[in-house]
Design a protein. Sequence first.
Length: 536
Amino acid sequence: MWLLIIGGCESGSEPSTGTGTGMPVTLSGQIRYQDREIDRSGFTGERPFKPIRFAELEVVRNADSQVLASGSSEGDGTYRLTFTNTGEAGIYIRVLSRTSTAAGVEAAVRHATQRSLFAVRSAVVDDRTGESLTIGLDVPVFDDNRVVIGGPFNILDVLTDGATFVRQISGRDPAQTTVFWEFGGDIGTFFDLQTRTIHLLGGGNGGDTDEYDDAIILHEYAHFIAALFSSDSSPGGVHLLTDHTQDIRLSWSEGWAHFFSSAVRGDPAHMDTIGSDPPNGSASFYNLEGPAPNAAEAPLIYSTNELAVAAILWDIFDTTNESFDTLSLGMPQIWDVFTLYLCNPSSFASCPNTVEAVSLEDFWDGWFIRGHNFQAAMTATIQDRQVSFFPDPFEDNDFVANATPIPADGTVQSHTLFGPDDIDYISFQAVRNTIYTLETFALSNGADPFLQIVDTDGVRVLASNDDEPFVVKERQCGAIFFGFSSCPPNDATTLAAQLTFTAPADGTFFARISRSPDAPLSAGVYGAYQFRIIRQ
């Protein structure tokens, strides 16, 4: 028998059975909860039992709810407690939705509205029957009224996996993690940075529940880990998996969370269930191993797409299984950059680096600054997702003397802005009193080019343009209004620059392209663009 208790403070309804022996009694058994198996179509209907690991346990006297002993379960769900009952006979065990600190995992699942712990209890047993008793407890998914009662213990189990993973790679126990959930809850699934708490849907939003969606739980836990161990400057807000025009800070934050979830589970596939068991359920599905960048469906490309970011991290982490993927490094180097380059001064007093706008670009820089190398393999990995953190074929054209020539006939050249100091000089022949249009276009990877026309002397600036069409930019953009950011999108055109120019003389003029000095933090320091000049 079991009974769900919110707050764990109710007494049972069974009558007392006389006076206890007043002698020590050893109580043992195993506690389990019922999991729900998932595939890409949603819940499969299979519900295997799993141990409730490291959970707090109490031996409670039924007559007056007095706690006679407390402890925790082991990693296999077994427990062993000794108690002495000097009052009325009749005891039960109560399992709380919180792990024991002695287990090295500090996690709790609380009711989203009441803020209290969940608990389940066994049937009352007569403790006068001997010096040792056995009480087992199996917690099903639903109670008799179809209320979910196993969910809090699955959440606790997933948090245990996440915390154990972090402890193994860092040597540190993560801080207390608190998840708020309730059956029928509709507040949403998100990580609250201010309170460092996780909130999960309970079915009140069109039947969507997340208490058994392990990938989703670990995604939110990854944001918690980032807040503890790293630096995260995401503005948050609405984000779509297939959007490759995102704020570059948002893409990193969400991409890290997708990756971490897969790393803990050892699985690149992510399922988010909706509804119930077959045939009344469904799921959204994606895999970090695909779709291929050139697939007919929305390509997962650029440093401004969260799944592209996650896929790059996954290809560094996982075993080699694709032609371009020659890395199989596991977590050590990724964690090193994540914590010691993208570090959080509040967690590491000796943090050597303060990153203003954390993105995949910073992870890339930190990888080599931290000495992890594998330049060719790393470049192949990012190129698979069309990320361009490398010089273009026209370098070194950072000086007028090395300018790349281009005809004024619409010929297209592809360039990259390789870091904040990269300057691309492009030369062209002009005829006096002839009009020319110079433009950057097809921007990607957060590029925000600043275009100038330089006179034949290679020094004097004749004209300049930052964005065409004109865009209002705020460097510190990111305020969220109705879920949407105030930052301009990193699409192909919004931050592009264009100039129309009438040549004052015959001769060689120069286009000078650099990163915009007014680039918002949502844009990249790196980035790619195409360039052409058209004679009118």
